[in-house]
Ligand binder design. Structure first.
Ligand code: ZN
Length: 358
């Protein structure tokens, strides 16, 4: 490839040289021009090459190089049943966020343990018994419980809690510790943002009532309660979640640029990465003019993964290109960008990337 092209590609490159055809990977050794804005969460070659990547949506996506729950964390422990099912994998940022929240509770209430139920399989995809949990951004967690004498009684068993706040066997929902966990999960740490904590309405109400009382005493921030009100939700189309939490995090920016797709809504405090995405798309569009070429194919693959509609119009123009291979690729890309996103379509784009087998 001409040296100037290599420089230009390097300027827009996201550390996914593995996506490039072999002929396009020989980047120059000299310092590269930085066409990208330098922001703290900018993906780099080091950050995306070996890390887990969440692809597609939580219900129809998958996971590449899933990270396992830590085996020796005393405060975040995988349930034996989930270990047996090998459903203990997720993105690094999901696992870090869960581990941090569990550690926060344990620092306030020593000995507290969060039992992690299913996350995702190592490669993601459909997981028996779940509608989502496909892409490494979902996790089921135990509630904190106390027994009739007030002793901590959380266990690897997920036991339904009745509207009275008790289980049939007399254990009760420990609203104090459960709020500390929720508060830690909804905190705006500036990095990983929690989109949902699914939980039954009666438990949600107990948590929020407790939190409001803490705010009145100056022991919790009104902001955290506001965020909790948005994030805590009884799902309408699945189990009410009266026996465990289900936590979902948003895609981080690096995953977003690799094809991670968030469902709505986007909470006001969670960045939508629109500037970085726009910058990336604008950097790729000029390479469509080079069809047919490796750079063209690379740009189409990246634009499809990013899933930004700005690419539709220039790709549509290529559907009348004289080269039939260019026409076919452009047509597939337009379909995909127009929401024809079946798992099969995802798989075929992934195979084009050379990413099959991960
Ligand atoms: Zn779940």
């Amino acid at each position: 490839m001409p040296r100037t092209t290599a420089y230009a590609l390097a300027g827009i490159e996201l550390g996914q040289a593995r996506l490039l055809p072999r002929s396009a990977v020989s980047l120059p050794q000299a310092p590269l021009p930085t066409a990208r804005p330098s922001t703290a969460d900018q993906p780099t070659a080091a950050s995306t090459k070996h890390r887990p990547v969440s692809q597609g949506t939580a219900a129809e996506g998958w996971l590449e190089r899933g990270a396992a729950l830590p085996a020796a964390d005393p405060t975040l422990v995988a349930r034996p049943i989930s270990q047996r099912r090998k459903a203990i994998y997720g993105t690094s940022y999901l696992i870090e966020r869960l581990a941090d929240a569990a550690a926060t509770v344990a620092s306030r209430f020593p000995g507290s343990v969060v039992w992690a139920g299913d996350l995702s399989s190592v490669h993601g995809g459909d997981l028996k018994g779940h509608k989502s949990h496909n892409s490494g951004r979902d996790a089921d967690l135990s509630f904190f419980m106390r027994d009739t004498s007030g002793r901590p009684a959380e266990s690897a068993r997920f036991i339904p809690i009745e509207p009275s706040g008790r289980t049939r066997s007399g254990l009760w929902f420990d609203v104090e510790r459960n709020w500390v966990l929720v508060e830690a999960l909804v905190a705006d740490t500036g990095t990983t943002h929690v989109q949902w904590i699914f939980i039954a309405d009666h438990l949600r109400a107990m948590l929020l009532e407790h939190a409001e009382a803490l705010v009145a005493q100056g022991l919790a921030s009104a902001d955290s309660v506001k965020r909790a009100k948005r994030v805590l939700r009884q799902p309408s189309k699945s189990s009410p979640h009266a026996d465990h939490y289900h936590v979902r995090v948003y895609c981080d920016l690096a995953d977003r640029l690799e094809g991670c797709v968030d469902d709505r809504p986007r909470h006001a405090w969670a960045p939508d990465h629109s500037e970085a995405i726009k910058h990336e798309v604008n950097g790729l569009l000029p390479f469509l003019a080079s069809a047919p070429s490796d750079e063209f194919r690379y740009a189409v693959q990246r634009l499809v993964r990013i899933g930004d509609k700005r690419a539709v119009r220039p790709l549509k123009r290529l559907t009348s290109h004289p080269d039939p291979a260019v026409r076919a690729l452009a047509l597939d890309a337009v379909d995909f960008l127009n929401e024809v996103r079946t798992p099969a379509a995802w798989r075929s784009w992934r195979a084009l990337d050379g990413g099959a087998g991960e």
